[in-house]
Design a protein around this ligand. Sequence first.
Ligand SMILES: Cc1ncc(COP(=O)(O)O)c(C=O)c1O
Length: 396
Amino acid sequence: MTEPASFLLPLERLRARQCAKWTVYDADVLPAWIADMDFALAPPVRAALAARLAAEDLGYPKMYPRAGLDALFAARMAAQYGWQIQRQQVEFFSDVVQVIHLALQTLLEPGDGVIIQTPIYPPFLQSVAETGRRQLLCPLAQTDAGYQIDFDALAAACADGARMLLLCHPHNPTGRAFTRDELEGLAALVRRYQLIVISDEIHADLMLVDRPHIPFATLGEDIAQRTLTLTSPSKAFNLAGLVLAVAVFGSPALRAQFGRLTEHVRGGRSAFGISATAAAWEAGEPWLAAVKAQLHANRDTVSEFVRTRWPQIRHAPPEATYLAWLDCRALDLGEEPWRFFLREARVALSEGPSFGTEGEGFVRLNFATSPAILAEILARMDRALTTAGKSRPAAR
Ligand SMILES: Cc1ncc(COP(=O)(O)O)c(C=O)c1O
C-alpha cells in the first residue's frame, strides 16, 4: 500500500469549510457539484499566504509594474506549452467570467452572433444573453468515442453571421481536450470568417491524457492576433476564493478595443490572490503533479464504476478537468437525475439542464475528492438506483 496523498482531507475537515461547495446543501449531503477540489493547499501556497498574514501586509497590493506576476505567467506558458508571449500582453482581472462579460461588451456590438459549443459551462450562455449578444448554439456531437466537434453546425453558424467563437478548451462539462486537428479545423473557420476568439483555457493545467494542452493562440500568428485567452490559477491550484484571473491579448488592436473600459470597472486583485498565485506558479508543480495523479485515478474509478454498475449511463472519461459528464437519459428516472440523486442518494451533482438543453437528463459529477469520499458518493448513488430498480451489472 502506498501512503495516502498528503493533500487528502477527511470529511470532518471538509464539512467545516465555509465555501459554497460545503455549505449550500444540508449537512447530510455529499457535495460533488461546483468546480472546487476537496484538497489541502499546495504547501508553497500555504506558506506564501501565511507569510503575507504574518507580515500583516494587507495594504493596497502592488500589481504593476514590479509584482512580476506577468513575467512569471509568460515564463510558465513558455515552459508548459511552448507558448511564447510577452509580459506586456498579460493583464490580470478578478475572474474569468468577468472578463468574458467585459470582452463581449467591448469587442462586439449588440446582436452580434457568438458561437457556443453546447453543452457548456452555464456562464457562457448567461454572459451572451445578458450582454445582448446573440447565441449561436453549435452542439457537440455525442458519439461512442465521446463528444466531437460538429463542423457542419459551425460552418452554418458562421454563415449565419457569427462574429465570435467563445471556446471552452478544455471543454467543461464534457472534459474534451481538443486535438490539434480539431483546433486546426476551428482555426480554418476563424480565418475564413474573420472571427474573434475568446479561448477560456482555465482547465488547461488539468490534462488527464498523455498529450499536452495546445493553447488556441499558438495555431498561428494570425490566429493569435484574433484571440483573447483567459485562464486562472483557480482551477488547477484550487484558489477560486482568492479571485484572480489572467487575460492574454493576442494583439494591440484587441487590447485597444477592450481598453475602452475604464480601469476601475476591471475589478481588483487581492494581496492574498497575488501571493498565492506567485507561489503556485513558482513552486506548485510537484503538488499539481500529485493532484493530477489522484484525479487520474479517480477518473478511472468513476468510469469503471459506471461501466460495471450502471451500463445504462453513457459516459466518456474526461481527457481533462475533474468533471464526469453522465448521460442518465436511458435510466428513465421520470425527473431530472440531479433531483433524484439529491433526494434519494443525498449527493449533490451539477444540474444538467443548466449546461443548455443538451444537458437535459445529464448530471456532472465532480470527482476531485478523496478516494474514500468518492467511493461513498458512488455507493450512495448506486443504492438509490438499486432501490429504484435501475442499477444492474454490465453484461460482459
Ligand atoms: C470553463 C470555466 N470557465 C470559467 C470558470 C470560472 O472561472 P472564474 O471563477 O475565474 O470566473 C470555470 C469554473 O468552473 C470554468 O469551468
